[in-house]
Design a binder for this molecule. Sequence first.
Ligand SMILES: *Cc1c(COP(=O)(O)O)cnc(C)c1O
Length: 496
Amino acid sequence: MTMMSLVSTRTAATASPFEAVLCGLAPDGGLYVPASLPTWTLSQIQDLVGLPYEKAAALILHGFFDEVSQEKMEALCAEAYASFSDERRVPVSSIEPGLFAMELYHGPTLAFKDVALQLLPLLMAYSAKATGQKEKSLILVATSGDTGKAALEGFADKPDTAIVVCYPNNGVSPAQKLQMVTQKGGNVCVTAVEGNFDDCQNGVKRLMGDPDFHEMVRQNGYTITSANSINFGRLVPQIVYYFTSYAQLLEQGAIALGEAVDFIVPTGNFGDILAGWYAKKMGLPVGTLICASNKNNVLSRFFETGTYDCGGELYKTTSPSMDILISSNLERLLFELTGQNPAPIQAWMEQRTAEKKFTVDEKTMEKARQDFFAAWADDQAASEAIGTVFHAQHVLLDPHSAVGYCAYQQYKKTKDTKRKAVLLCTASPYKFAATVLEALGRKAEGQEQTARALEKATGKPVPQAILDLFSAEQRHFSCVEPKELDALVESFLKQS
Ligand SMILES: *Cc1c(COP(=O)(O)O)cnc(C)c1O
């Protein structure tokens, strides 16, 4: 048995998967990627057909966490996914001929991030034990909406951990905010931060890079880690559902074994779509990965021009979880495309910090364009897509998935393709009920009335997790400037 080794994108420094899960960001500031990938044959993929999600997940995860026994991994996955409301965990359904929905929103917080964040705390606890870590883990999260709640739900009341979640004061949907400010748990701290997501993320990044802050945390018995999508432990669980959805298409008779399938991914931090790229490199028959952005179209412009320019304005859109200018996980892709060469990555990332843009050489871009097609859609187009798809197919898309649908239409116009495609539906429409209701030409006052009106208009029942919010008590009231975060965390650690 070979032991999986990881390398950092900035210096090629190595770490074990356990170390990577525990530290999040590499000490050199880079992101960890596998030094080499486990590979899957078509017949192994065929064998996934009919397996429960937990078993398939354990097989795929074991390839990366090879020091965790198959049996143990299965137990961890069973525990992680027991809270999902659909027995298939990530079911695949039909949208229209040739296009399928991967329903990633059946977890406790109704967004795809649950798939990784229900498992990550268990992987972290296992890693802490395996490496003999003495300190407790402090999870610091900056969220554009969905990560925060999913991380809270995953880490609340987990032993030997505390979690601090920061969200931009004016950048999350009302349901997302309600989900976070009502969070229970003795080890959780939730705060709004003045500004947009980038201000919020920069605030957290500053803490992560501040030795004094680390020392204060250590003196309180903790060590800092991240549950953001830079954590290697977030990436791997997301690879799983590309495989299981392919197996479901096989089972449904929608494709033949070996037939390439395109995946459409509503993208922000580039984590979800990167997992699809890894699935392809592991041997899954993936055609094109369609990278869908909203008006914050930094990635579309990058794939078109080769210049990544994050110096512009961050727009607030109706798909807030994609309102991002710095797509952290792109660094991992570039590192892979340059043959895991840290030198250009370091130069590009330094340029990104100093000049807010960098340009990638044509050879690397050519490779990137072989696997990806990028397009973007504004709020208006996404809204129209919600209406069109609902009226034609009785399928209700959330605004993020609707952006994906729009990108797919552009892809079909550009490339004459007969390939089947899977749209990653990343959130429940009920997390963004007002936007979705409006797309159907209606309006209501108040969150609960809006959800009820959406149910009435569509016949799709309001999920229980949303209903529960309307009677939940608000527990978190804090709103701070980014520079006040240090003091906030310190007082939280002192009292917990
Ligand atoms: C986080 C999120 C995305 C973007 O995923 P990335 O991995 O950041 O690219 C898309 N849609 C929803 C609903 C999300 O919560």
